[in-house]
Design a protein around this ligand. Structure first.
Ligand SMILES: NC(=O)c1ccc[n+]([C@@H]2O[C@H](COP(=O)([O-])OP(=O)(O)OC[C@H]3O[C@@H](n4cnc5c(N)ncnc54)[C@H](OP(=O)(O)O)[C@@H]3O)[C@@H](O)[C@H]2O)c1
Length: 265
């Protein structure tokens, strides 16, 4: 392990997938990493794999009080959080015919409000110190509404919009805000997908791109580039064309919620 940098990094959603791979990459670079998720056992396994350079701090991001306690513990034991990365999130496919508030609310509670809870926990300290970096993980699905992803995509579009609003605002206080828009990355979240996923990335490659982005001044960190470009073009087309294209991706059969697979990143 190289030890050139000693800043404290807090990563939520670190017990698996992208967050876990990033925690290992940051630890390898010499950062002191605090890893948050609900599964203590998975966080402890991560800490062992990182030779103790990762500290498990279990918390539920939908529970603001549990997050506040986690941040207090991290700052008392490791020091002030310099970089906060909010990865905790999930996907659930939902077709229009089955859309209810009861199904939409948990997705927004975790993907959007969980991120707001995390911001609320870390921001006062960063504002006091006049420095910090915050990266929020959204998705390329937040660029444009995609069939089966009405609620997931909306929760990610909300994150993109919030990050755009916070970037110039918090820059005045010395805090850099970044948005992270991944395409398909092989993780437990996408393992249930049964369709071919274009440009599917390995978590370690995703973590490398993520790591490089955190060390840049770019607002958006996105990978893989080619898929991101493709969806940017879709976003810029007239609705007549873009909606005709996304219509082609509507599942032919009425999906059964028990067996349906996710179709977007
Ligand atoms: N994989 C992709 O292709 C892809 C593409 C675009 C965007 N993303 C986004 O990237 C992020 C990470 O996804 P992933 O693919 O790495 O999925 P993953 O492997 O399922 O990881 C999700 C992480 O979130 C944590 N989490 C879930 N609910 C939580 C809660 N209430 N409190 C605290 N932690 C919670 C999980 O840990 P516990 O279960 O232990 O709590 C886990 O560590 C998500 O926001 C996802 O939307 C993923």
């Amino acid at each position: 392990m190289t030890q050139e940098i000693k800043e404290v990094v807090w990563i939520t959603g670190a017990s698996s997938g992208i967050g876990r791979a990033l925690a290992l990459r940051m630890a390898k670079a010499g950062y002191r990493v605090a890893a948050t998720a609900r599964r203590q056992g998975e966080l402890e396994a991560l800490a062992r794999e990182a030779d103790g350079h990762v500290t498990p701090v279990a918390a539920d991001t939908t529970d603001a009080a549990s997050l506040q306690a986690a941040v207090t513990r991290i700052e008392e034991t490791l020091g002030p959080i310099g970089i906060a990365v909010f990865c905790a999130g999930t996907y659930q496919a939902l077709m229009g015919a089955e859309l209810t508030a009861a199904k939409a609310r948990p997705l927004f509670e975790l993907n959007f409000m969980g991120t707001v809870n995390s911001l609320e926990a870390v921001l006062p300290g960063m504002l006091r110190r006049g420095k910090g970096r915050i990266a929020m993980v959204a998705s390329l699905a937040g660029y444009f509404g995609l069939p089966t992803s009405a609620v997931y995509g909306a929760s990610k579009a909300a994150l993109i919009n919030m990050a755009e609003a916070l970037r110039p605002d918090l820059a005045r206080s010395g805090i850099a805000v970044q948005i992270v828009n991944p395409g398909f990355v092989k993780t437990p979240l996408t393992d249930k997908n049964e369709f071919p996923m274009p440009f599917l990335m390995d978590p370690a490659d995703a973590a490398e791109a993520f790591y490089r982005g955190l060390h840049s001044d770019r607002f958006e960190i996105t990978f893989p580039r080619r898929f991101s470009l493709f969806l940017r073009v879709l976003q810029m087309l007239p609705y007549r064309l873009s909606l005709a294209l996304t219509r082609l991706t509507v599942p032919k059969e009425k999906p059964d919620s028990a067996t349906r697979v996710s179709r977007v990143a």
